[in-house]
Design a protein around this ligand. Structure first.
Ligand code: 26Q
Length: 821
């Protein structure tokens, strides 16, 4: 098939003619950066190039905003404490269709686009999956023409930078704003006051609604937004990511200064600024810190005030809010928004409680991303009441109605009432944010089919009984622009040559590739692309860590946050067993493997950090053992982030998706790997199940217990010791680790970590080991059969088009937000 040119958005001559683009870049360099071309450093070229690209974005941005206003349609507001966007320059150029023009323009100036674009810092305003999902959704909402705003916090320090010292994780602050951020625009005119603490007075004297109260906060800060344009595919729509920063209120500062209280004034200002200082680096173990609740309220209140102001400005009547605004809560982190909207409607806009509750419920919807009990947010009641006294009253009022309705209309007993209550009464009383989000929304969705079913059976069982139509599923997706076209232009070109361009606009058209799995000539080309990407990764590993790997070996990759439920431990224990076997049976037909790990551990998560050290200890031993003859190489790649993912995803042969079944809500890395032609070894967990249904049972390696079997095993007196005794390989590997074979300088280092597997094995490492080990050896055999491996890899790329976030966003838009036909 012919390689047709991509239809571009209407581009101005400035954008299509490299000479005028080059003049533009030099103009920015000279008059904005203040350098002439001969003196310009690479960072100056980066800034000048972004400035030139930005000009193209702004015209489209203004056009999109105008169009939305003129149409007077419904808008979507995506509230998220995390947006893990990574770099923006390539994304923007590629979506505008100006990448090659910019490349040529820079060439004319003697500048290499690839070198310059790598200087752009990653915007790492997120921990992992949930934050990256928000970034994919922003891009897809612009792509499918949904008018949307993302709301979040402009953290000065995003995710920490991870270094590995002597095998241990060390956390360092990342200063992504050090050279300024050319993508953002401060919008001081859209600032709001945010209060904390203080008192609630019984009523107001001005004849406002009966339910209204007057809150007199003790502390106030100002929220000021910074806007970043988000360009959709082909540049048709540009939406806004609005991130809040906190600034102290000036008069207080001045008063204090005038009174000579210099230190006191600075304290106030430090306290305000601390709100947007740092992202909490825990992705599943809530920190429970007061500052975190302050951050949640700060950005919720600013966003809600902004939404309400915009609605009143354009539509006048707050009662029509649900027809014009859909607010999606990304997990419970913004759940206090439910109480905040109630406060604004009742106290500021004079609605009755009943009217306000109706508007609120019809406006909000909530996405749940976890079932782990320890990850469900709850706040100690005294803390909540001290910081947000008016919201506490409103939560009690909401709860009273909820519980009365449950008893009166549904006949709920005391146990069920206790389960749905917004207040956890077991032990120290706590506010349950998930129950608040559930009660305050018309839609509650899970992020993969299994996860959604488990929500109905576990955490939300009683709320589901009360509101049986509320829970629904929206299986996650990833943007094919970043995760195929940009990170793998080589594969994209091959696909265009082979099946034409339809898949660029409709990822499911990748299915046209299915027949080519049986075409030997095509498989050769597909393999050649993979080889190029593996070579690139090998170069990066050599440059950054001085590690040499054989690019023809099987690249086996596990990259994600480090967590016991994700079972990096199962992977490394299996590697130890393999190591043992290679040494014992050097005569067997072993297939060379490179096992790569990457991911950050929450700084306070002891076992996660110990797992990183274990991987490094095992790697040190294995990589230096001549008996292995290069058949096995293990490496922990430091500081895994979005940009590193863009290099590693396309280079993987094998994707490790091995969580304990029932514990990974969805996973999204699994989709990125498969799209780039990796095979998956995985459990029947999260979206792995749906990936299996799409690629076919024979093109994925599934192993281990199902979610149901995990539950049954736990309930029926699971005895991990017996399992370990029954598996010689597992017993030997565990024994080697816990006896200090890999940590001779500290032989007891892993005693407790491995002891946990013997004692309770909550994550079923022992239970799944034999099945995992067998699946890995089958994969060795498959690897030896290149034709069959490649055919399966091709079928993965061909059949995962459904996991595009465009599809996910269309489902949200039609079924929850009601913004698309
Ligand atoms: C909560 C309170 C205090 C501090 C931190 C947190 C916190 C922060 C981040 C809790 C959880 C997170 C992140 C969760 C997350 O990333 N979940 C992942 O979401 C993905 C997108 O839906 C899924 O694919 C993954 O399965 C899920 O683990």
């Amino acid at each position: 098939m012919q390689n047709t040119t991509v239809a571009l958005p209407t581009l101005t001559p400035r954008e299509t003619d490299p000479d005028s683009l080059a003049r533009d870049i030099v103009e920015h360099l000279t008059h904005r950066i203040g350098k002439n071309p001969s003196a310009a450093k690479p960072h100056d070229w980066l800034a000048a190039t972004i400035a030139a690209i930005r000009d193209s974005v702004i015209d489209r941005w203004i056009a999109s905003t105008t169009k939305t206003y003129e149409q007077g349609g419904k808008r979507v507001y995506y509230l998220s404490l995390e947006f893990l966007i990574g770099r923006l320059m390539r994304d923007t150029m590629s979506n505008l269709g100006i990448m090659e023009n910019v490349r040529t323009a820079l060439e004319k100036l003697g500048v290499d686009l690839d070198l310059v674009s790598e200087l752009e810092p990653d915007a790492a305003l997120g921990n992992g999956g949930l934050g990256r999902l928000a970034a994919c959704f922003m891009e897809s909402m612009a792509t499918v023409d949904v008018p949307a705003y993302g709301y979040g916090i402009r953290y000065v320090n995003g995710m920490f930078r991870q270094e590995v010292h002597d095998g241990w994780q060390v956390e360092l602050p990342e200063t992504w704003l050090a050279h300024g951020n050319p993508w953002e625009f401060e919008r001081r005119e859209a600032s709001y006051e945010i209060g904390f603490g203080g008192l609630v007075e019984p009523a107001r004297a001005d004849g406002s609604g009966d339910d209204a109260r007057s809150w007199r906060p003790q502390e106030r800060v100002i929220a000021t937004p910074y806007d970043t344009p988000v360009v959709g595919w082909r540049g048709e729509r540009v939406n806004t990511l609005r991130l809040w920063t906190a600034v102290p209120i000036d008069p207080i500062l001045l008063d204090a200064f005038n009174a000579g209280d210099h230190i006191g004034a600075l304290k106030e200002s430090n306290k305000a600024e601390s709100l947007a200082r740092v992202l909490y680096p825990a992705d599943s173990t809530p920190a429970g810190q007061e500052l975190r609740l302050r951050q949640e309220y700060f950005f919720s209140s600013a966003s809600l005030q902004d939404i309400v102001r915009r609605h009143l400005q354009y539509f006048g009547d707050i009662r029509t809010l649900p027809d014009k605004a859909a607010i999606q809560l990304n997990d419970t982190h913004p759940a206090v928004s439910v109480a905040e909207l109630m406060r604004l409607l009742i106290d500021e806009l004079d609605l009755s409680f009943a009217e306000a509750w109706d508007v609120t419920r019809r406006t909000f919807s909530y996405t749940n991303h976890t079932l782990l009990p320890e990850a469900l947010e709850t706040w100690p009641l005294p803390l909540f009441e001290r910081l947000l006294p008016r919201h506490m009253q409103l939560i009690y009022a909401i709860n009273a109605r909820l519980l009365i309705e449950a008893k009166r209309d549904k006949g709920f007993d005391d146990r069920a009432i206790g389960a749905i209550s917004l207040i956890d009464e077991g032990g120290e009383r706590r506010v349950r944010m998930a129950n608040l989000a559930f009660a305050g929304s018309h839609s509650v969705n899970g992020v993969a089919a299994l996860h959604t079913e488990l929500m109905k059976e576990t955490v939300f069982a009683d709320l589901h009984r009360m509101f049986p139509d509320r829970i629904n599923n929206k299986t996650n997706g990833v943007t094919p622009r970043r995760w195929l076209m940009q990170c793998n232009p080589e594969l994209t070109s091959l696909l265009r040559e082979t099946i034409g361009d339809r898949f660029l606009d409709d990822t499911e058209a990748l299915a046209d590739l299915v027949p080519f799995a049986d075409d030997a000539a095509f498989r050769e080309k597909f393999r050649a692309v993979k080889q190029v990407k593996k070579g690139r990764l090998a170069d990066v590993l050599k440059d950054r860590m001085g590690l040499r790997v054989d690019p023809s070996a099987l690249f086996d990759v596990q990259i994600k946050r480090i967590h016991e439920y994700k079972r990096q431990l199962l992977n490394i224990v299996e590697a130890v067993a393999l190591y043992d076997q290679i040494r014992s049976h050097p005569e067997r037909d072993w297939q060379p493997r490179v096992k790569l790990f990457g991911g950050k551990a929450a700084p306070s998560y002891h076992n996660a950090k110990l797992i990183i050290k274990l991987i490094n200890d095992v790697a040190r031993t294995v990589n230096h053992d001549p008996a292995v003859q290069g058949l096995l190489k293990i490496a922990f790649v430091p500081n895994y982030n979005v940009s590193m993912a863009e290099i590693m995803m396309p280079a993987a042969d094998l994707s490790e998706q091995i969580s304990t079944a029932g514990m990974e809500a969805s996973g999204t890395g699994n989709m990125k790997f498969a799209l780039n032609g990796a095979l998956t070894i995985g459990t029947l967990d999260g979206a792995n199940i749906e990936i299996m249904e799409h690629v076919g049972r024979e093109n994925i390696r599934i192993f281990g217990l199902t979610a149901q079997e995990v539950a049954d095993t736990r309930n029926n007196g699971y005895n991990p010791r017996a399992v370990i005794e029954g598996s010689r390989e597992l017993a030997q590997a565990l024994n080697a680790i816990s006896s200090g074979v890999f940590s001779p300088e500290d032989p007891t280092r892993y005693r407790d970590l491995i002891g946990g597997i013997y004692d309770h094995d909550w994550f079923m490492v022992a239970a799944d080991f034999d099945s995992y080990h067998a699946a890995q050896r089958e994969l060795d055999t498959l690897w030896a059969n290149k034709a069959e491996w490649d055919a399966q890899a091709v079928r993965n790329t061909a059949r995962v088009g459904w996991f595009s976030s465009d599809r996910t966003i269309r489902q949200y838009a039609r079924e929850i937000w009601k913004v698309l036909p």
